[in-house]
Each structure stands twice: as C-alpha cells, then as structure tokens.
Design a protein around this ligand. Structure first.
Ligand code: NAP
Length: 399
C-alpha cells in the first residue's frame, strides 16, 4: 500500500521507504470481467519505485482519472505492484476462462477488451494502463483485482516467488526484441543490452541467446560482469570504464569496444537507461540498425546527434509493455524452461519498502521478489520432475 503523504519530494534522495506502507484496506467488489486473486508472491518493478518517488507525476493522478469511469480506484491509498503469482479466488459473472482454485500469474496490461484496437494490439488502446501503477488493487497485497485478460497459467516447475517475478520484465523485453511490434530480432543479430543483469536486461540477454542472437551486455561492476558470463553472455562491457557517455569521443570508444568484442556493430540496441546512454546507443547501432526503447531511468529528455540516425538510416522504436498474446508467448517459453526467472532476493510483504529501496539504489540484480501469502520460500512447485530436468543451478542462478 502506498500512502498519500507528501514525502519523497525533497529533491535530494527521494527515499521510497518514506512513502511505502503496509496496512489494511478493503477488498473492492468485482466487476463482471474481473478476477480476485489470492496473491502468493509478488515482485518489485521500477514502476513501484517511480510511484513511491512521485515521479514523473504522483500516481494518485492516474487513480483520479480512472476514478472518473470506475470510482473504486480513486482512493487515498494506492495498492502497488504489477506482478503476482497466486490462486483464483472469485470471478465476475462474465469471466469464462478462469475458475476458483486455478494457479495463475498476472500480466500488467489493463485494457478494455471491448475497444476495437485491443484486437489488433492492446498496447495501442487509448485507455491502456499499467496495473498496480496506473490502477489500484495491484499485486503487492494479499488479494489483487485483475481483468480476466491479465491472467496466464502459472509455470508448473516454479515456486510462487519465481513465478511472480518475471512477467512484466520478460514480456516487455520480448516485445522489444522478438515481436513484430519491436525489433524483430533475427538469428545472428548482435544486440547491445544496457543494464544486462537488471530486471529487463536479464530477460533480454536470455531472449537474444534463445533466439540465436549474439548479446553484448553492459553492466556496472565486476561482480555483475561475472554473473552475466554465467548467464551465458560471452561479450561483456563494464560501463565504469566509460565515465561519461555524453560526447562523440566516448561513443566512439564504446563502439570500438563492441567491435573489438564481436567484430561488428549492433543490429539492435536494447535501451531503457535513457538520457545518459541514448546518444551512445544511436551512435553505436549499425547502419540500418534499430534502437528499441521502453524507458528512461537516467532522464527522459534525451539528446542524440541526428546525423548519425538519418545518414546511417537507423530507426528508433518506442515500445511499452506487451499485449496479452506477447505475454502468453513469453510465459510459454518460461513454462518450457527456455527462459528462466532471474529472482535474486525475496522479502516478506512487511518489508516491501526495503525491497523497493534495493531496486531504487541499484543494489540488486535481476528481480527482487516479495513473499505475500506463501508461507515460506520454495512452495508452489507442481512438476518437480520438470524442475529437476531444467536444474536448480539454472533456476537459481541469480540467488
Ligand atoms: P532495474 O532492474 O533497476 O535494471 C536497470 C539496470 O540499468 C540496472 O541493473 C543498471 O545496471 C542499469 N543502469 C542504471 N542506470 C544506468 C545508467 N545511468 N547508465 C547505464 N546503465 C544504467 O530496472 P528494470 O526493471 O530493468 O527497468 C529499467 C527501466 O525500464 C526503468 O526505467 C523502468 O521504468 C523501465 N521499464 C519500462 C517498461 C515499459 O513497459 N515501458 C517495462 C519495464 C521497465 P548496471 O549498473 O549494472 O549498469
């Protein structure tokens, strides 16, 4: 739960521990197309951090806007969380595909399925919202309310906390890299991945490898570089050797390092780091290459030299979340043991603020989980034989 208090606006360290609280709030009535989920585990996403910093705008503004059509959401508390695993408890009368007792994971896109565009690509819907960020009743709570079109079956070999951590980041990375809506990565493509052991990056690296591409991962420390190699990323760049990437000299040095490692320029640059890296990303992409971006952790107002874009016929692709089908496709890869959760740490619900602080201060790798109604870690595995086949060392690589 997130309290409507004016902390975090001191302009210095907007410490998320000052605005995230755990407390009691009522469970709302279900609409006909909604499902009540008993949450076993959840995870921290960067949007949890944005909300608790009141950036880019206080998320209560989102709730107020949604409240004009659905007044249940406009409350003085905001239940955060855009990922969860759990059990269906109750369904609205229009829900056909889900029934109580089923084990599920949630997907984050909250859309009106009666809007025509959602049948083409729901990410283009006018009223698209990120659940638990732009809506209330998110996953960091004992019970969550989702639309029926946000649910997928829980992968059978995973624990509750492993199942809960992947969907937002894995599906976003999938759309960015693999989908027709993103960069449409081909076998052999060289892909530069910023933040390669972070939430998005750790799935990006796996998707590139799984699709026959060649990842070049950028990380901020030696320890992360070692982890990235264990993830199977052969080509690793420690960004601490490039202090400021804000001029062409530094971009050239980065480009030279990529060429030294793989002998060519990236076909695709996987961007979410924003202002501090974007100029370099546009520069290092190969002629005709693509920069696909879904975020701006270091600042939204990017600067890049447009000559490098137009003269080299590069393109910038904006990407956001993933539609239900893209979520289904990546969940299938996880269920088949081709893509693995990158859970690194688990906190109890009471310590959600500390969990979010770890992500805010970049003290984490992969995903940070939150145990909610699961009694302890390690529960929820329905197919131990499949788990044994895949191997604990792969499933617990980030622990
Ligand atoms: P994360 O787990 O914190 O990972 C981000 C990684 O970026 C970190 O591991 C860090 O790695 C690297 N990094 C941070 N600052 C950097 C900088 N100035 N220069 C280069 N690298 C930097 O976060 P995440 O979950 O991956 O999310 C990343 C961003 O994507 C956030 O802004 C988030 O809001 C956005 N996002 C958007 C969507 C969407 O649908 N639009 C979905 C998910 C995430 P090193 O320190 O090791 O380099």
């Amino acid at each position: 739960m997130f309290g409507k208090t004016p902390h975090g606006t001191d302009g210095v360290d907007k410490d998320v521990r000052r605005s995230i609280r755990v407390g009691e709030v009522p469970v709302p009535e279900l609409l006909p197309d909604e499902v009540l989920v008993q949450v076993m585990a959840s995870a921290i996403n960067f949007n949890t951090v944005w909300t608790a910093m009141f950036e880019p705008i206080p998320s209560f503004a989102f709730l107020e806007r949604l409240g004009r059509t659905d007044p249940r959401h406009d409350l003085p508390t905001h239940v955060l969380g855009s990922d969860a695993s759990g059990v269906v408890v109750a369904t609205g009368e229009a829900v056909r595909h889900w029934r109580p007792g089923q084990k599920v994971v949630t997907t984050p896109a909250y859309v009106d399925s009666q809007d025509p565009i959602t049948h083409h690509d729901s990410m283009l819907a006018a009223d698209l919202r990120a659940w638990g960020f732009e809506t209330n009743f998110g996953g960091l709570a004992e019970y969550a309310v989702v639309k029926a079109t946000q649910l997928l079956p829980k992968p059978t070999h995973l624990t509750w906390e492993e199942a809960a951590c992947s969907m937002l980041c894995a599906s976003t990375a999938y759309r960015m890299l693999v989908s027709d809506n993103g960069a449409r990565m081909k076998q052999g493509d060289v892909v530069l991945i910023w933040g390669a052991t972070g939430g998005l990056g750790s799935y990006g690296v796996q998707l590139v490898r799984n699709g026959g591409g060649i990842p070049v991962g950028v990380v901020g420390s030696e320890a992360k570089a070692a982890l990235l190699k264990r993830l199977g990323c052969e080509h690793v760049i420690d960004r601490s050797q490039f202090e400021h990437l804000d001029d062409e000299k530094a971009w050239r040095a980065l480009g030279a390092e990529i060429r030294r490692l793989v002998g060519e320029d990236p076909d695709i640059v996987f961007e979410h780091t924003g202002k501090e890296t974007f100029g370099a990303s546009v520069y290092v992409a190969r002629k005709g290459g693509k920069v696909v971006t879904c975020g701006s952790s270091s600042g939204y107002a990017h600067e890049y030299d447009n000559r490098h874009l137009w003269m080299k016929l590069k393109s910038i692709i904006g990407s956001h979340g993933a539609n239900y089908q893209e979520c289904h496709e990546v969940n299938r890869l996880i269920d088949k043991g081709m893509i693995h959760p990158t859970l690194s740490a688990v906190y109890p619900l009471e310590e959600t603020a500390q969990a979010a602080r770890a992500v805010q201060t970049n003290r984490h790798v992969g995903k940070v989980g939150v145990l909610v109604q699961a009694e302890r870690e390690g529960l929820g595995v329905d197919d131990p034989a499949k788990r044994a086949r895949i191997g604990e060392e792969r499933l617990r690589l980030f622990r």
